[in-house]
Write a protein that binds this ligand. Structure first.
Ligand SMILES: CC(C)(COP(=O)(O)OP(=O)(O)OC[C@H]1O[C@@H](n2cnc3c(N)ncnc32)[C@H](O)[C@@H]1OP(=O)(O)O)[C@@H](O)C(=O)NCCC(=O)NCCS
Length: 180
């Protein structure tokens, strides 16, 4: 893995993208100062979206949880957020993240969420594809994750990814793994 100074914000991973309808979105690594907009996004998620993402009924976020998701070392944990600027105010509308598993290895667990009202516009696909490029640049070699079999959108994205997936289905959940 590439050696980095922990906690140094990797600005080079900022990228402007356009949704299918032309809306401009900034993709960038999350920062500790994003805590408030992270909480806004989290609180806005429907229970279905939360369940598909976290596989459980999630609690109201406390400081420990907020820190866990917003203060990352950009090495073992890395998150890219999608920012929509609404009348001069930044709104977080999606997060894609990975965690090296085990820490320090070249294998990573990947997860993504898009705010309910922004789903179906191609954002989740763009975020995932961008994150896979970031992971390659960070030296990640193996990607893994879990998806509910009933999660049509995510199943569609994974099906079209072109990666040679190893799949294992149990309890209504598909575990996938592929080499980058
Ligand atoms: C899964 C998720 C990240 C996808 O993001 P998104 O922005 O909604 O997805 P996209 O708009 O890129 O759509 C992806 C594909 O799903 C399919 N799709 C879109 N809407 C769909 C719908 N209502 N039903 C079935 N498939 C649909 C399309 O094939 C689409 O591909 P296309 O853009 O080529 O048409 C988002 O829906 C989400 O946050 N879901 C809840 C959390 C979650 O499931 N996370 C994944 C597990 S970690």
């Amino acid at each position: 893995m590439k050696k980095l100074v922990p906690y140094e914000y990797p600005k080079k991973f900022e990228k402007l993208i356009k949704l299918r309808d032309g809306t401009k979105i900034l993709l960038r690594p999350i920062k500790p100062t994003d805590a408030d907009i992270w909480v806004e996004l989290y609180n806005s998620l429907s229970s279905n979206t939360k369940y598909l993402r976290f596989f459980s009924n999630m609690p109201t976020p406390d400081q420990r949880m907020i820190d866990k998701y917003t203060k990352i070392d950009y090495i073992n944990k890395f998150a890219i957020i999608a920012i929509y600027n609404e009348n001069g105010k930044d709104k977080m509308i999606g997060v894609v993240r990975y965690g090296l598993d085990p820490p320090g290895s070249d294998s990573a667990e990947l997860a993504v969420v898009v705010a309910d009202k922004w789903q179906g516009k191609g954002l989740g696909t763009q975020m995932l594809l961008y994150m896979l490029r970031v992971m390659q640049k960070r030296g990640v070699k193996k990607v893994k994750g879990d998806v509910f079999l009933r999660n049509d959108k995510m199943m569609q994205i994974m099906g079209e990814s072109g990666f040679n997936l190893i799949k294992e289905d149990a309890y209504g959940i598909r575990h996938f793994e592929f080499d980058l």
